[in-house]
Design a protein around this ligand. Structure first.
Ligand code: UD1
Length: 427
C-alpha cells in the first residue's frame, strides 16, 4: 500500500507578529554550485539554503564525481574528481536549473551530455538561448535520444558576441560561466541583470575570471586559461523576503524581516507601499506593517529591476482581499497563472485573459482543499490560507520544499498555525 502523502494544513485568521530570518537565495546557490565545475578543487559555501533544489544540484555534482560534507555553518564541496560529463535524465527532470552545468562542463572538459529538461508547468521554458550562445562560441550541438550532446572544438570554446532576444537568467549565467574559460572575448548583450547573476559574476571574479559590466545589460568576458576554487557566501533570498513582507498585508500585524538586501527589493517595496503596507528599511532589516486602507494596484512583472515574476503569485494572493480592482500583467512567462484556479477555490474573484489577470478584491477568503501547482504558486496558497476562514489543506507540497526553507517553522514563529500531516481530502 502507498503511504498517504503529506499535506500542509493552515488555520487562517492569526495575526502575525515577530521576526523572521531570511535564508540564502536558491537561485544564487544553484549557479554558484554549478560554477565549481569550472575549477576542480575544494570550495566552502556559507548561507546555503537547505532545499530540495539545492540537494538536487548536489546530487548532480556527486553523479559527476564531486563529494561534499556539511558543517553547522558551511557546505564543503570538493570537485577535484568531478570529471564525468553526463547530466542524466533522472536528475535533470527533477529540476530544470540542472542545465546550468552545461556551460561549465563544455568549457572545462570540451564535452557535455545533458538531458533535456522536458515539460514545465509554467510555460514552454525552452533552452534555445543557451544552445545558440554556445554554438556561437564554436560548440557543435545535436540532440540524441532526449539528450543535448555538446562538443567544443579541439582548442576549446572561443569568444563570441551573443545577443539575447530576452534577458534570460540561467542562459546569461550558463554563457557567462562558459565564456570565462573560452579563448578571447565574449560579449553578452541584453543580458539579465538579476542580483543572483551579479553574485555569480563576483564569485567568478574571485576565482580569477575577467568580467566587466556585471549588473548591466552588456557583459564583457575575457577568457582566462584557468580558474581556482574559492569561498562563497550566498546572498539573501529576495523572493523569500518579499513573501514574508507581504504576509502582514493579508493577516494584519507586523513582521520584521532580517538578513535581507533591501536594494534587491526596491520595486517590491515600492509596490507594497503603493498597496498601502507600511514598510521601513533599517540596514539589512525590513519592517512590514499592514497599514489602514489597502488599495488595488496594477503590477507588471519584468526582468530585474522590474517586479519579479517569482513574486507574482504571492502578490495576487495579497490583492485577492484588497477592495477594488487590481490588475497583474505577467510579462516573463506565458503560462504562469496556474495558481488562479486554486485561489478561486479559496473564494478569490480573478479572471484571466492571456497574460492579464484581473482581481476583484473580496472581503474574506475561505479555507478549502487546494493543490500546489509550482513553487511560487504554493507560496501564494500559503499566504492566501493565512488570511482565510477555516483550515486550508494544501497538497503537492514538494513544490514548496524546493524553494522555501523551513516555511512552516518560520511562519509559526510569527504566530501562524501551520502543520504537516497526512492528506485528508487529497489521495
Ligand atoms: C530563472 C529563475 C526562475 C525565475 C526566472 C525569471 C533560476 C534557477 N530560476 O529561471 O526562478 O522565475 O529566472 O526570473 O534562477 N526563454 C527562452 N529560451 C531560453 C531561455 C529562456 O525562450 O533559452 C524564455 C522563457 O521561456 C521565459 C523567459 O525567457 O519566457 C525568461 O526565462 P528565464 O529567465 O530563462 O528563466 P530561467 O532562467 O529558467
Amino acid at each position: 500500500m502507498q503511504p498517504t502523502p503529506s499535506c500542509l494544513f493552515i488555520e487562517g485568521g492569526h495575526k502575525l507578529k515577530g521576526e523572521v530570518v531570511i535564508s540564502g537565495a536558491k537561485n544564487a546557490a544553484l549557479p554558484a554550485l554549478a560554477a565549481t565545475i569550472l575549477a576542480p578543487g575544494e570550495y566552502r559555501f556559507s548561507n546555503v539554503p537547505w532545499l530540495i533544489d539545492v540537494q538536487t544540484m548536489l546530487d548532480l555534482l556527486c553523479r559527476l564525481g564531486a563529494q561534499y560534507e556539511t558543517t553547522n555553518t558551511a557546505l564543503l564541496l570538493d570537485t577535484s574528481q568531478a570529471k564525468d560529463t553526463v547530466a542524466p535524465y533522472d536528475i535533470v527532470s527533477r529540476m530544470r536549473a540542472s542545465v546550468l552545468v552545461l556551460g561549465p562542463l563544455l568549457a572545462r572538459y570540451g564535452r557535455a551530455r545533458v538531458a533535456l529538461p522536458g515539460g514545465c508547468p509554467i510555460g514552454k521554458r525552452p533552452i534555445d538561448f543557451h544552445l545558440k550562445g554556445l554554438e556561437l562560441m564554436g560548440a557543435k550541438i545535436h540532440q540524441d535520444h532526449g539528450y543535448v550532446m555538446a562538443k567544443a572544438p579541439r582548442r576549446g570554446l572561443s569568444g563570441a558576441e551573443i545577443i539575447f532576444d530576452f534577458p534570460s537568467v540561467t542562459a546569461t549565467e550558463n554563457l557567462m560561466m562558459a565564456a570565462t574559460l573560452a579563448r578571447g572575448r565574449t560579449i553578452i548583450r541584453n543580458a539579465a541583470k538579476e542580483p543572483e547573476i551579479v553574485a555569480l559574476g563576483e564569485m567568478l571574479l574571485k576565482m580569477g575570471a575577467k568580467i566587466e559590466g556585471l549588473g548591466t545589460e552588456t557583459l564583457f568576458i575575457e577568457g582566462v586559461k584557468e580558474l581556482s576554487p574559492t569561498e562563497v557566501s550566498i546572498i539573501p533570498d529576495r523572493i523569500e523576503a518579499g513573501t514574508y513582507l507581504m504576509a502582514p498585508g493579508i493577516t494584519g500585524g507586523e513582521v520584521i524581516v532580517k538578513n535581507t538586501n533591501p536594494s534587491h527589493l526596491e520595486t517590491v517595496i515600492a509596490t507594497l507601499r503603493e498597496i498601502g503596507l507600511e514598510i521601513e528599511v533599517q540596514g539589512d532589516t525590513i519592517f512590514s506593517h499592514r497599514g489602514r486602507n489597502l488599495k488595488p494596484v496594477k503590477v507588471r512583472t519584468a526582468p530585474y529591476p522590474g517586479f519579479p515574476t517569482d513574486l507574482q503569485a504571492q502578490v495576487m494572493a495579497l490583492l485577492s482581499t484588497v477592495k477594488g480592482t487590481s490588475v497583474i500583467i505577467e510579462n516573463v512567462f506565458e503560462n504562469r497563472f496556474l495558481h488562479v484556479e486554486e485561489l478561486r477555490r479559496l473564494g478569490a474573484a480573478i479572471t484571466v485573459e492571456g497574460r492579464v489577470a484581473v482581481i476583484q478584491g473580496v472581503k474574506k477568503l475561505q479555507a478549502a482543499p487546494v493543490k500546489a501547482t509550482d513553487l511560487r504558486a504554493s507560496a501564494s496558497l500559503v499566504l492566501a490560507a493565512l488570511g482565510a476562514e477555516g483550515v486550508t489543506e494544501i497538497s503537492e507540497i514538494h513544490h514548496l520544499k524546493r524553494g522555501y526553507e523551513a516555511l512552516a517553522e518560520k511562519f509559526n514563529k510569527l504566530g501562524a498555525k501551520i502543520w504537516e500531516a497526512p492528506c485528508q481530502h487529497h489521495s
